[in-house]
Design a protein around this ligand. Structure first.
Ligand code: C2E
Ligand code: MG
Ligand code: MG
Length: 399
């Protein structure tokens, strides 16, 4: 809703919310209740449920009702909703406790990117763990438990490794190696994302300063969260970090999502423009899943697009995905943007991406995210392979 307010204004966001309420009322039976319970949250109270299946059926009906785009002024907007389901008296015995259960189920749906989740299916260990992690995160940075992993990227024309994306891992003393999906959300909620992100950027630049050179100096991609991007001194701090580690701006790729830019468009835009002018590459990550409002996207100071892995992972078997990837490559070409793809996990997908005109590819087939030491070994292995004489256009991969 915040995004809609930012792009279309307050009146439009109210209009969308009202229309959503109308659609929910259409679904509700005579004795059900639809209540607006937050800035952008509705509660649906369904009475006389025969069994749990009825609640999930209602969730499916809500999803169907929301599937038709919402009209905001002259624009058709595809909204997505997340649904948390809780059952009285199984989950809790009073309204307060029930609404907490609904919130937890909703958080699970959002975290797992499922359209809906039931409180009963939310393992207590998961919810407890996520609260515990929030507290532990504060110490993680001090105890050097956060680490960057590096996933190689292949230039399809030359068949050589051209860079890597830095991906954060939490080397948790009790739980093992945690992926960002388990803690970035908590870090954003608690404000820890700021120190964590700056530490991550510095770790990535320091690592890149130690990588051996292959054909050309390797690029390093760093994911930037909306919170960082909205800080007034963001551009200066990035330029300072580049200077500290002696990395040429051209080697840094800032991976941002359209949603992140929209959170604070003016501040973000100015910072990205400044960095872009200094030679830093600005890449739109997860392209195709966020805003994709073409008018606004055209104005971004971006020089590259990364096709989201959801369009890439089934590319070899899904014609629709192939059309989408083809269209994105066409769009990138028209706007003179470099185009890269993530999530390629087999040779056939690599070949299709090559044929469709992608410039670079990242995915398990090229290599999984690895520690700095493993990545340096990997690069040294690549160096030997390429001095062994790979032909141009040949795809050098180690699966
Ligand atoms: P992302 O930027 O879209 O990163 C790509 C994700 O796709 C990574 O997951 C990577 O491991 C995964 N991936 C790459 N190739 C394949 C493949 O062939 N198959 C499959 N199944 N997955 C593949 P990861 O490391 O779990 O990161 C998830 C997200 O967490 C990232 O998505 C990014 O949005 C966020 N993230 C990671 N590191 C940082 C960080 O340092 N700061 C911030 N703010 N966000 C980060
Ligand atoms: Mg990324
Ligand atoms: Mg991505």
């Amino acid at each position: 809703m915040r995004r809609i307010r930012a792009q279309y204004g307050y009146a439009a966001s109210r209009q969308l919310l009202t229309e959503l309420g109308r659609r929910l009322n259409d679904i509700a039976r005579a004795h059900d209740e639809v209540l607006l319970v937050g800035d952008d949250e509705y509660a649906l109270i369904l009475s006389d449920l025969l069994n749990h299946g009825h609640a999930t059926l209602a969730a499916t009906r809500i999803l169907n009702a929301v599937a038709t785009p919402f009209t905001i002024g002259a624009v058709n907007y595809n909204a997505t909703v997340s649904i948390g389901i809780t059952i009285f008296p199984d989950d809790a015995a009073n309204a307060d406790a029930l609404s907490r259960c609904a919130d937890l189920a909703l958080a699970t749906a959002e975290r797992t990117q499922a359209p809906y989740a039931c409180y009963a299916d939310t393992p207590t260990s998961v919810t407890v763990a996520s609260w515990e992690l929030e507290g532990e995160l504060r110490e993680a940075l001090e105890n050097s438990e956060l680490e960057m992993y590096y996933q190689p990227q292949l230039d399809l024309a030359s068949g050589t490794v051209c860079g890597a994306e830095a991906l954060m891992r939490w080397n948790h003393p009790g739980r093992g190696l945690l992926i960002p999906g388990l803690f970035i959300g908590a870090a954003e909620r608690t404000g820890q994302i700021r120190p964590i992100s700056w530490a991550g950027l510095n770790m990535a630049l320091q690592a890149a300063s130690q990588w051996p050179r292959l054909d050309a100096p390797l690029t390093v991609g760093v994911n930037i969260s909306a919170i960082l991007l909205g800080e007034p001194e963001f551009a200066e701090l990035v330029l300072d970090a580049l200077a500290i580690w002696g990395i040429a701006p051209e080697r840094l790729v800032l991976e941002i999502t359209e949603t992140a830019v929209m959170r604070q468009f003016d501040t973000s835009y100015a910072a990205l423009k400044r960095l872009h002018e200094r030679g830093v590459e600005i890449l739109i990550d997860d392209f195709g899943t966020g805003y994709s409002s073409l008018r606004y996207f055209r104005n971004l100071p971006a020089s590259a697009l990364k096709i989201d892995k959801s369009f890439v992972m089934k590319l070899a078997s899904n014609d629709e995905d192939r059309h989408i990837v083809e269209s994105i490559v066409g769009l990138a070409r028209k706007f003179d943007l470099r185009v890269t793809a993530e999530g390629a996990s087999d040779a056939e997908t690599m070949e299709i991406l090559h044929q469709l005109g992608c410039d670079t590819v990242q995915g398990y087939y090229v290599g999984r995210p690895m520690s700095q030491a493993e990545f340096i070994d990997y690069l040294e292995g690549q160096h030997k392979t390429s001095s062994g004489g790979l032909g141009k256009g040949e795809v050098a991969v180690s699966g």
